[in-house]
Design a protein around this ligand. Structure first.
Ligand SMILES: [Zn+2]
Length: 282
């Protein structure tokens, strides 16, 4: 099994300002309190095509142009908190829609919700409080008074599969809602390289030293604004010692005796599926 290569650019072309002359419906990624408006049919969820949110009878308080998807214009919109669901459409948590939506549109929805959240929280300059102005050349907002430019914020985090022979280290975190086991993950701290972060998180959470850290792949994680950077690493030394706070239990597992593992939406699952493909004996 090859490693998955995710890309938002299979059918999507980004743009900050819409070219003039297009008339016709657009994809509207409309969010209310972080939930996406979709049409559901037999388990499949579709992003509505319309001329405007108002055509869908949804009052919007903010819109952003995103570019085109298969030559169809795409907009992000934030619905008024009081907006009700139009007939036949529903607001759904984005994360729950992964297996129901076209994967490329799901990733574009992730971009849309992050840009809306950034736009909403940068209407005023963080340094002098003046109202900011959006750029027409890139996703940024500039303060006309002091010149401060704000860009959409992305928080990088690493997630690592520690391998020991044909075994994989999986851990159960205290905040997991069921008995799921996942990979060791954590946010990158200022001053660290990604590899530093991999080593620190694994030492802090399970007390192990690792070596041969190599890149696996990455994935946006718009809950709310992370970039997950996946790694593989080999066990070097130490005995599993969980921190008891973030991680309550961790152990080595083989492909034929795995516990409950994360949902398909996550890069954790993509790494674990790759491991199963590599280490399952035919
Ligand atoms: Zn300013």
């Amino acid at each position: 099994m090859s490693k998955p290569r995710l890309s938002i650019y299979n059918r999507y072309v980004p743009a900050v300002v819409q070219e003039t002359g297009f008339e016709g419906p657009a994809y509207w990624f409309i969010f209310r309190a972080g939930q996406l408006l979709v049409a559901e049919d037999s388990g499949a969820a579709a992003v509505p095509l319309a001329l405007s949110p108002e055509e869908l009878t949804v009052a919007s308080i903010r819109t952003l142009y995103l570019g085109t998807f298969g030559s169809i214009p795409c907009f992000a919109a934030e619905a008024s908190p009081e907006a009700t669901e139009p007939p036949g459409l529903l607001f759904r948590p984005l994360r729950s829609l992964y297996e129901a939506m076209d994967e490329d549109l799901f990733h574009l929805a992730g971009k849309a919700v992050q840009l809306l959240a950034w736009d909403e929280t940068h209407l005023f300059c963080g340094r002098c409080g003046t109202q900011t102005v959006p750029s027409e050349a890139e996703w940024s907002r500039k303060c006309p008074e002091c010149g401060l430019v704000s860009y959409p914020r992305i928080a990088p985090a690493v997630i690592t599969a520690v391998l020991k022979g044909d075994e994989i280290l999986l851990a159960h975190a205290g905040h997991f809602q069921n008995n799921m086991y996942g990979l060791i993950a954590g946010f990158v701290e200022p001053g660290e390289t990604l590899e530093d972060c991999v080593q620190r998180e694994i030492m802090e959470e399970v007390g192990l030293k690792v070596t041969n850290i190599r890149y696996f792949g990455s994935q946006q994680w718009p809950f709310p604004h992370s970039l997950m950077v996946g790694f593989l690493a080999d066990y070097e030394s130490g005995e599993i010692a969980v921190d008891g706070e973030e991680i309550v239990h961790a152990d080595w597992f083989r492909p034929d005796s795995l516990p409950v593992i994360p949902a398909k939406v996550s890069i954790a699952r993509k790494i674990i599926d790759w491991y199963i493909g590599q280490y399952t004996r035919c």
